[in-house]
Design a protein around this ligand. Structure first.
Ligand code: ADP
Ligand code: MG
Length: 240
């Protein structure tokens, strides 16, 4: 589904991603783990072209999205993104948050977009909040709306950047549950997270980034019980 080849990203003189190569298969759930500042968000943002790679290639279903000819909007439509701080439209209702892009970007009819939105809201357990505004929702509810909104575009891949890091502890679980059931539907997912238990349980693979380098790329049982690198060992000792 996604193939990353020799990806480099610099901001001015600061080299943030250093020669990253990996791939994500259809239906695979990949957890991206690493210390703060290691390049996790930048890596995710390069995948949907919120950042322009400095060099290297990213292929989505065989298409080189780093090519100049790429339609960036099309790529982004195919890769749903969920952020730490939700980024909902504050002046739109929950339902409008879900229908806005399908109607205005994809040209879906309002009726069809609403039917799909209601279906998704039911899946994330928020049907009764359809006409509510984001300011009246809890953090966990906002994040579930953000997930439903991303899914409303029918993406083939979902990217999550620390989706539970801004939540009060009691709301983390409800969001992780939604992500877990999404994983069980066969969705291809890349998730930056500090939730080690979740990564261990749900991910098929763990990518460990440190200082812009992909230090480990292994199944969770291997990564969590026998990390190969000293850096991952030190990181895990702090986290667990
Ligand atoms: P992580 O998500 O792992 O915490 P980031 O990808 O956000 O790491 O950041 C990696 C490094 O890149 C950090 O040193 C950060 O300060 C820097 N960085 C990120 N975005 C920008 C930007 N737009 N301009 C300059 N530096 C940036
Ligand atoms: Mg980050």
């Amino acid at each position: 589904m996604i193939k990353v080849e020799n990806l480099h990203k610099s901001f001015g003189k600061l080299e943030v991603l250093k020669n990253i190569s990996t791939s994500i298969k259809e239906g695979e759930v990949v957890a991206i783990i690493g210390p703060s500042g290691s390049g996790k968000s930048t890596f995710l943002r390069c995948m949907n072209l919120l950042e322009e790679p400095t060099s290297g290639h990213i292929f989505v279903k065989g298409e080189d999205v780093t090519s100049k000819k790429t339609n960036i909007m099309k790529v982004r439509q195919n890769l749903g993104m969920v952020f730490q701080h939700f980024h909902l439209f504050p002046h739109k209702s929950v339902l409008e948050n879900l229908t806005y892009a399908p109607v205005s970007v994809k040209g879906v009819s309002k009726k069809d977009a609403e039917a799909k939105a209601m279906d998704l809201l039911e899946k994330v357990g928020l049907l009764e909040k359809a006409n509510e505004y984001p300011s009246r929702l809890s953090g966990g509810q906002k994040q579930r709306v953000a997930i439903a909104r991303a899914l409303a575009m029918d993406p083939e891949v979902m990217l999550f950047d620390e989706p539970t890091s801004a939540l009060d502890p009691e709301m983390v679980k409800e969001v992780l549950e939604v992500m877990k059931s999404l994983a069980h539907t066969g969705m291809t997912m890349a998730i930056v997270t500090h939730e080690m238990g979740f990564a261990r349980e749900v991910a098929d693979r763990v990518l460990f980034l440190d200082n812009g380098m992909l230090v480990e790329d292994s199944p969770p049982q291997e990564f969590f019980t026998a990390p190969k690198s000293e850096r991952a060992k030190v990181f895990l000792e702090k986290m667990l």
